[in-house]
Design a protein around this ligand. Structure first.
Ligand code: PLP
Length: 392
């Protein structure tokens, strides 16, 4: 048989699998250890009551012949949810049409799957450090990766590269893992660069709900010209705790066409309706409820809870004299490993001495090698206990 040789260029193991293996090995040797896990950025708060109620109602509809539903015909999401998402943007003054939205089972799928429509051998600009899925999916697709370096001097918000022409540009703001958020001017520079080089921006807004500073953009479509060069990918995972429910969406503006005149929305819709049969009706009703005034207020209570975790973590680190970024408009705290340690060394030390698991910055790119990510998604009790242990 013939395999996709690009897969052989992938690093042996995905970051979170390596962490899990290390933790499991430690657990096997120390079965009594009470390990606090801040490794994977998973949420811990339960679904909002409005979501639970809507999903329960949808289950009952599915159990009644009169209201039962099978395949979602269009395969791009029910109108009720696409309209609710358009309304979510409109409330922020961003004009997005319901017919520009495609509902999916999450941002991770969209980030990876959308590469199908660009073909192989594209030049992809990827920030370093960033969510590792961008790198791996481009390796799988046989694309060339051009890194845009984030570091302390640019606040982990890399500007566009000066020379190389790009086909695809990834922007993640608020950033995973650094918690850094682009200003309007910062994003405008990327939009200009994309328009100049004829590239498409894939804007990952998975953490937009954590932005509370009204001066910071929550959508790329707040930037002039973005409708001609950007796709926005977003998720209910962090807004509404849907990491286990699974629902996301992409916004592809009508104006976005390839150099040879093909509307990207149509290509992406063709891809999705060919390889994906849509998100469950029950899930889509839950997502709709998350965007209702009541649902949003409940989701924001959970976000406020995580933000307080971030504040507690940040103030404990400051007391310890550990320098960090993020943690204000984002659920991630990005700290410099103490004593010049490498991030995996610090991981082993925290696991072994404090029984606390975080995420080594090196797993997010070369520029993360001396940094470490803590998430604010844990329970309050665990955040407090972990910070006491780290400080002790
Ligand atoms: N994009 C970023 C930047 C993320 O950090 C994550 C998950 O941690 C995702 C996408 C995945 O989101 P989803 O759960 O919708 O697949």
């Amino acid at each position: 048989m013939k395999i996709n040789q690009n897969y052989l260029n992938l690093q042996e193991s995905y970051l979170f699998r390596t962490i899990a293996q290390k933790v499991n090995a430690y657990k096997a040797e120390h079965p009594e250890a009470d390990i606090i896990r801040f490794g994977i950025g998973d949420v811990t708060r339960p679904l909002a009551p409005a979501v639970v109620e809507a999903m329960g109602k949808a289950v009952r509809e599915m159990g009644d012949a009169a209201t039962f539903r099978g395949y979602d015909d269009g395969g791009v999401g029910y109108d009720f949810l696409r309209e609710a998402i358009a309304g979510y943007y409109a409330a922020r003054g961003v004009d997005v049409g319901a017919d520009e939205i495609i509902v999916s089972d999450g941002a991770k799928s969209d980030v990876g799957n959308i590469l199908d429509i660009f073909g192989s051998g594209a030049a992809a600009v990827v920030p370093d450090p960033v969510y590792p899925v961008y790198v791996d999916t481009n390796i799988m697709a046989g694309n060339k990766i051009i890194y845009a370096g984030g570091n302390e001097s640019n606040g982990f918000l890399p500007p566009p590269p000066s020379s190389e022409a790009a086909d695809i540009i990834y922007i993640c703001s608020p950033n995973n893992p650094t918690g850094a958020v682009y200003s309007r001017e910062g994003l405008a520079a990327w939009v200009d660069y994309a328009l100049r080089s004829g590239a498409v921006i894939l804007f990952d807004a998975a953490y937009e709900a954590f932005i509370t500073d009204p001066g910071l953009p929550r959508s790329i479509f707040e930037i002039e010209g973005a409708r001609r060069c950007a796709v926005e990918i977003c998720s209910f995972s962090k807004l509404a705790g849907f990491t286990g429910v699974r629902c996301g969406y992409s916004v592809v503006p009508r104006e976005l066409v390839s150099a040879d005149g093909h509307p990207l929305f149509e290509l992406w819709k063709r891809r999705q309706t060919t390889k994906f049969n849509g998100v469950s009706y029950i899930t889509q009703r839950g997502a709709e409820a998350a965007l209702s005034p009541e649902g949003l207020a409940q989701c924001r209570e959970n976000i406020a809870y995580y933000r307080e975790n971030a504040r507690i973590t940040g103030s404990a680190l400051s007391k310890l004299g550990i320098e960090y970024f993020g943690g204000v408009n984002a659920p991630y705290i990005w700290l410099r490993c103490p004593d010049g340690m490498d991030s995996w060394e610090y991981f082993d030390k925290l696991l072994g001495e404090k029984n606390v698991v975080g995420t080594p910055g090196g797993g997010f790119g070369e520029n993360g090698k001396h940094f470490f990510r803590l998430t604010a998604f844990g329970s309050r009790e665990n955040v407090v206990r972990a910070m006491e242990r780290i400080g002790g």
